[in-house]
Design a protein around this ligand. Structure first.
Ligand SMILES: NC(=O)c1ccc[n+]([C@@H]2O[C@H](COP(=O)([O-])OP(=O)(O)OC[C@H]3O[C@@H](n4cnc5c(N)ncnc54)[C@H](OP(=O)(O)O)[C@@H]3O)[C@@H](O)[C@H]2O)c1
Length: 392
């Protein structure tokens, strides 16, 4: 069966596109620094086997974007092939274990799953740590197609799927438990199979690149804030405010939870960026020790692994939520659970522009440069999310 899909045509990928005037001036400055990026291409229609589609969200000039964003381009989805292109590794190790394979079997959908034609995928630090074998005790068997985050189009549905149908544009983190048996066939492939409960409709205002950068990071940001009992009027310090998770913690704390005051840490180059996200105080970790400042916080959200220091920055009765590293009481750690309901709850904030996806300006990395993308995220210097697009 052949399905004709209609999707919104290409949009300009907006880097660090927070709507405030402050950010506008910052993002102009920031984009200019990367204007020579060779990954930025004009929009072209790709043909791949029996499938062809218009890649969305790749770099376009402002005039191209303005011209195309009002049009609806027909996107053709052919019969799902039995084999696909994917990145995989058959042993744990450095980035050199990653191999490109043109003949990976397309995963079967279980009754509660949909098959997604992947349009964009994003990397998270967990992808690198998993590939290094840090979670091998609870990992699925090798070989592994990595990738947690996906944005794409539903091309097949399992018998028990109720909410989604072929042609729906969706996004999500495909692994319900990040470290317990994550899927063998992840999102760095042309197709991936995902339980419908882990997915949400792609926010209408976002392109696939922007949507792909959200799921794991925004669900982690939200779950961590919820677990601390964060609520309106409380203050928070975000350690690593410029990374994938921290850049969303700042925005959610302010825009969704009603924080009274947000402070965050980064290196010197990212201080203005933190403010553009809504931080009232940006702390340069290369110059100041946040725990030595007189100001204390109701919550410290530790997205870098400094819990021993974080507990010194909380008020009496305050809380530290830690994502990584050793935990010092009263701090606690959690591992994110993927949940499409969280994305659905946050979709209005994304669609209204109150919360923005942050895509690292070195990307998006084309599918051929997955190794470079892994090498980059593993420098621990990414600002926002490292996204892979287009995918053949
Ligand atoms: N437990 C969970 O469920 C869970 C979920 C998601 C992530 N995590 C973990 O949480 C951590 C953060 O994830 P992420 O995706 O946000 O990482 P990321 O995007 O890769 O973080 C990169 C950022 O780290 C910043 N950074 C580096 N050293 C720093 C320091 N000493 N102090 C403050 N910021 C520093 C960098 O800012 P500068 O360039 O300015 O230095 C850069 O912007 C990772 O270890 C990840 O594995 C855990």
């Amino acid at each position: 069966m052949e399905t004709i899909l209609t999707t919104t045509a290409s949009k300009l990928t907006i880097f660090h596109s927070i709507s405030s005037t402050k950010l506008n001036s910052f993002s102009r400055k920031f984009s200019v620094g990367f204007s020579g990026n060779k990954n930025r291409k004009k929009v072209t229609t790709l043909k791949q086997g029996s499938f062809s589609y218009l890649p969305l969200g790749v770099q376009a000039s402002a005039s191209q974007a303005a011209a195309s964003s009002t049009e609806a381009e027909p996107t053709k989805v052919g019969t799902v092939p039995s084999e696909m292109k994917a990145w995989l590794y058959g042993e744990y190790g450095g980035v050199d274990v990653l191999k490109f394979d043109e003949k990976v079997t397309v995963p079967q959908v279980k009754e509660d799953q949909v098959l997604i034609k992947v349009v964009a995928a994003a990397l998270n630090p967990v992808d690198g740590k998993r590939r290094q074998g840090k979670f091998k005790a609870t990992d699925s068997p090798l070989p592994t197609v990595p990738g947690y985050d996906v944005a794409g189009v539903v091309v097949k549905v399992g018998t028990q799927v109720k909410e989604f149908k072929e042609g729906d544009e969706v996004y999500g983190d495909i692994n319900e438990k990040a470290l317990e048996g994550p899927k063998q066939f992840g999102s760095l492939a042309e197709y991936t199979a995902v339980e419908e409960r882990l997915l949400a409709p792609k926010p209408k205002n976002l392109d696939f690149v922007q949507a792909a950068g959200l799921p794991l990071a925004i669900e982690t940001a939200y779950e961590g804030l919820e677990r601390t009992g964060f609520s309106a009027g409380k203050s928070i310090l975000v350690l690593n405010g410029s990374g994938g998770v921290g850049s969303l913690v700042i925005q959610l704390a302010k825009q969704v939870f009603g924080a009274s005051r947000v402070a965050a840490t980064s290196s010197t180059r990212n201080l203005e960026f933190l403010k553009s996200l809504g931080a009232d105080l940006a702390i340069d970790y290369t110059k100041d020790n946040f725990e030595d400042l007189p100001e204390k916080f109701d919550v410290v959200y530790d997205a870098i692994g400094q819990c021993d220091r974080a507990v010194k920055a909380i008020k009496e009765g305050g809380t530290v939520v830690a994502l990584t590293g050793a935990v010092t009481p009263p701090g606690f750690r959690f591992v994110v659970t993927s949940n499409g309901e969280v994305l659905k709850k946050l979709n209005p904030y994304l669609e209204s522009g109150k919360v923005k996806p942050i895509i690292d300006p070195k990307g998006p990395f084309p599918f051929s440069q997955v190794v470079e993308a892994f090498s980059y995220i593993e420098t621990n210097k990414a600002t926002g999310k490292v996204v892979i697009h287009p995918i053949p």
